[in-house]
Write a protein that binds this ligand. Structure first.
Ligand code: PEP
Ligand code: MN
Length: 340
């Protein structure tokens, strides 16, 4: 059960609500975010919510039967809008395209990518400076040395920065140079990391782990929200199946399912989802017409020279063509929604 508290709830009112919940057999936790003040009460199934709903200081009350609460669509019907400032918003109806290299490699590469993004009217650049790699001998990123110029050059061009954070100790040093923290597939159930990112004021793109169920992904998102951060995007990036022809299997099913279960925006990563450059474009289009709120795509001036994930990275001409098709597909999708 979610109890939304009034913004001006007094200490006495709060204590009274908490005491009542205890008397009715609920264990309650308070969650304060930049947007709201909530009490999550777990316990009984059958309960007349009016007993709590009529108390002073309560704004609204909702029964949520899911194994996650705050990220559920059961209490919040409208999809969450994430406002990144300077007119950049992730919201339903405005299809967000995030693009850039797998890894940030040099200042020249940052400038060249910004040029490509601006030419295509894209406002969010992705790029890893801390890279999770299967082999310890692979390139593992330039860290803060390139994060600072990455952020500064993007900011000067009105572009927001999305980059992966791998451990709790990196959050503070990265904070001032990041607009969206990415939690990678391998870290999606690193609950200590999620707890700490939940206390951050930066938006988070939470990638689905390679063998994670919908429920586990949403519970991971609940860690972020319950620590105080409502600015979360869910990211489908392919799961591991028996099929070896491609790197991962992009789970298109997850798009409408996550949209139904949660009010959080859903972003799709076709690059990691299939791992093959020639199929990235059709999967971007598929994600668009399956109801995603955006895509994140790997792009590089010369993918064959990329230090990581070149095999799934689009060059600028391929990226430009993909963006054109995705925008056309999104327009069509919006029109088709009016036929419902
Ligand atoms: C990436 O975005 O480059 C990445 C490593 O993603 P994932 O965690 O989905 O593998
Ligand atoms: Mn990558």
């Amino acid at each position: 059960m979610i109890i939304q508290l009034k913004h001006d709830v007094t200490g006495n009112q709060f204590s009274r609500i908490e005491t009542c919940l205890g008397e009715y057999g609920f264990a309650a936790s308070r969650v304060r975010t930049q947007q709201g003040d909530y009490l999550i009460a777990l316990g009984k199934k059958d309960f007349d919510i009016r007993r709590i709903g009529t108390l002073d200081g309560v704004k609204d009350i909702h029964i949520v039967s899911d194994p996650y609460q705050l990220v559920s669509r059961k209490w919040k019907v409208k999809t969450t809008c994430i406002d990144l400032g300077d007119g950049v918003k992730i919201q339903e109806g405005d299809f967000a395209i995030m693009a850039g290299p797998c890894s940030i490699e040099s200042e020249e590469q940052i400038e060249s990518t910004i040029g490509h993004l601006k030419a295509n009217d894209i406002r969010i650049m992705r790029g890893g400076v801390y890279k999770p790699r299967s082999s310890p001998y692979s390139f593992r990123g330039h860290g803060m040395d390139l994060l600072v110029p990455f952020y500064e050059k993007c900011k000067a061009n009105g572009i927001k920065v999305l980059t992966e954070v791998m451990q709790v100790s990196q959050i503070d040093e990265m904070h001032d140079y990041v607009d969206i923290f990415q939690v990678g597939a391998r870290n999606c159930q690193n609950f200590n990391l999620l707890d700490e990112l939940g206390k951050s004021d930066r938006a988070v793109l939470l990638k689905r782990g390679m063998s994670m169920t919908m429920e586990e992904l949403l519970q991971a998102a609940e860690y972020l929200f319950s620590n105080g951060n409502e600015r979360i995007m869910l990211c489908e990036r392919g799961i591991r199946t028996f099929e070896h022809e491609y790197r991962n299997t992009l789970d298109i099913n997850a798009i409408p399912m996550l949209k139904e279960k949660s009010h959080l925006p859903v972003i799709v990563d076709p690059s990691h989802g299939i791992g093959l450059r020639r199929f990235v474009e059709p999967l971007c289009v598929a994600a668009t017409v399956s109801g995603a709120d955006g895509i994140i795509v790997e792009v590089h001036e010369s993918p064959e020279k990329a230090l990581s994930d070149g095999q799934q990275t689009l060059n600028y001409a391929e990226s430009t063509r993909m963006i054109r098709k995705v925008r056309a597909a999104h327009e069509l999708y919006q029109k088709m929604r009016d036929w419902d």
